[in-house]
Design a protein around this ligand. Structure first.
Ligand code: SF4
Ligand code: SF4
Length: 99
């Protein structure tokens, strides 16, 4: 049987270093991390712990890539400055209302 080719960059420990289009989160996330830039000190702890590599420190503040973030809350748990709050996703109402 022919082995299937997997297109992912892996680093030691099996960690996926770069998100790929196939890993986009879609609409199922229920919570999203929201960074309070006043509290964020840019330490990078969240970046180190995020299993999806979707939070990064840019210009001294953490930024989340919501296309790939799974809403797991690890970043919020690990932030020692309590700069990340997990907030409920709010669905946008479709035209005509309802399903
Ligand atoms: S762990 Fe907290 S303080 Fe550190 S960069 Fe992330 S959000 Fe900012
Ligand atoms: S909620 Fe999870 S996936 Fe999203 S940025 Fe935080 S650690 Fe990464």
């Amino acid at each position: 049987m022919k082995e299937k080719e997997i297109n992912m960059e892996l680093v030691p420990g099996g960690w996926v270093s770069t998100p790929r289009p196939a890993q986009k989160t879609g609409t199922w996330r229920t919570l999203r991390p929201v960074v309070d830039v006043e509290k964020c000190i840019g330490c990078g702890i969240c970046e180190s712990f995020c299993p999806e590599t979707t939070i990064k420190v840019v210009d001294g503040k953490a930024e989340v890539d919501y296309e790939y973030c799974k809403g797991c809350g690890v970043c919020a748990n690990e932030c020692t400055s309590q700069a990340i709050a997990m907030e409920l996703e709010v669905e946008e109402e479709s035209e005509g209302g309802g399903y």
